[in-house]
Design a protein around this ligand. Structure first.
Ligand code: UT7
Length: 332
């Protein structure tokens, strides 16, 4: 997907929310046959956050959204568009974005969810950018939020060690003097590889019945090695594409913010792009893979910690179930 823009668009502010409860590798050692050493060596993850039983995805999204609005200095009532990227919506409908609208008080906003697994935040960012660029919206809130703990099989060591809950958000406005600009976006999907990462049950194909709940059809299934291979190849080509579309080279990018799934995936990408790891922002040791929230949380932490500064070029690149992928270059 690519298009000519009628006006440039900027990220005016970012935010995040992580639930309080920390689940460490030592905790997981008591739940499945695994070790802290194995998890750290194979993934880089040390701990992750888990939402409280009464905390739904919208509760995470609302807090991240509020944080981003405050950071941008924009009022919820001025929003024209709220997009929540999630694969763990509060319920089949209304959209999680409608719950965010209700809590924030954004009566003017059109609200919708995007389902693109770990790629959802960048899919949402591009939809919002196009809406603002075309003039159909002035101010948009894009949130990546997932409560993956609700769809994890906590007896499956292949998956349960990888994921965590959280939310990250960005506010988009037309670019102006003194703002940055989203310079490029690229995305793609491959529905032929649906089965290597999916939750087969709980939708209209296999509605929840006592039988398929017993067989855990409502939890995530993943062919880890296959996903790993596609993640590396696809994120490398997606990164190159977004950089080329921005008219830049990888040397111009001060900060790479990749999907936070596995440190070895990020190290391989750095190696293949011939870039030092210092150029990559990594926080997966603290949060694991938070799906649609991961790159949004990382963007927020990178900007608030001073890792990215006004005028820097940053590249975000994501990959997830579908398969789906996306990338974007932003001048901060
Ligand atoms: O957002 C996109 C979503 N997902 C991803 O990006 C994940 C991509 N995949 C991965 O990150 C990696 O493939 C994993 C971390 C999931 C697995 O790492 P791996 O190096 O590919 O391990 P493997 O699946 O090839 O398994 C190696 C061994 C196996 O034992 P055998 O068959 O060699 O005896 C597994 O059973 O490690 C075993 N294993 C574990 N051992 C201890 C798998 N999970 C665990 C575990 N603790 N948690």
């Amino acid at each position: 997907m690519s298009a000519k823009l009628l006006r440039p668009v900027a990220i005016a502010g970012t935010g995040k929310y992580l639930p309080e409860k920390v689940l460490t590798n030592a905790d997981l050692q008591r739940m499945v046959e695994t070790t802290d050493e194995w998890i750290v060596e194979r993934t880089g993850i040390k701990e992750r956050r888990i939402a409280a039983p009464d905390e739904a995805t919208s509760d995470l999204a609302i807090k991240a959204g509020r944080d981003a609005l405050e950071n941008a200095g924009i009022k919820a009532e001025d929003l024209d568009l709220i997009i929540v990227a999630t694969v763990t919506p509060d319920m089949a409908f209304p959209a999680t974005a409608c719950f965010v609208q209700k809590a924030l008080g954004a009566p003017k906003a059109t609200c919708l969810d995007v389902s693109a697994a770990c790629s959802g935040f960048l899919y949402g960012l591009e939809l919002a950018r196009q809406s603002i660029a075309s003039g159909s919206a002035e101010k948009a809130l894009v949130i990546g939020a997932d409560k993956l703990s609700a769809i994890i099989d906590w007896t499956d060591r292949n998956t349960c060690i990888l994921f965590g809950d959280g939310a990250g958000a960005a506010v988009l406005t037309p670019a102006g003097e003194g703002t940055g600009e989203i310079l490029s976006a690229y995305s793609g999907s491959n529905g032929n590889l649906d089965e290597i990462l999916h939750v087969p049950g709980g939708g209209s194909r296999h509605p929840l019945t006592a039988e398929n709940i017993g067989s855990k059809a409502n939890t995530m299934k993943m062919s880890g090695r296959e996903v790993y291979r596609h993640a590396v190849q696809t994120m490398i080509s997606a990164a190159k594409e977004a950089i080329a579309r921005a008219g830049l080279t990888s040397d111009d990018i001060e900060c790479f913010i990749p999907h936070q799934a596995n440190l070895r995936i990020i190290e391989t990408i750095a190696d293949k792009l011939d870039l030092p790891m210092e150029r990559f922002f990594v926080n997966l040791e603290s949060y694991g893979n938070t799906s649609a929230a991961a790159v949004a949380i990382a963007l927020d932490e990178a900007q608030r910690s001073g890792r990215i500064k006004r005028g820097d070029h940053i590249l975000m690149v994501v990959f997830g179930g579908g398969l789906t992928w996306a990338s974007s270059v932003v001048r901060w």
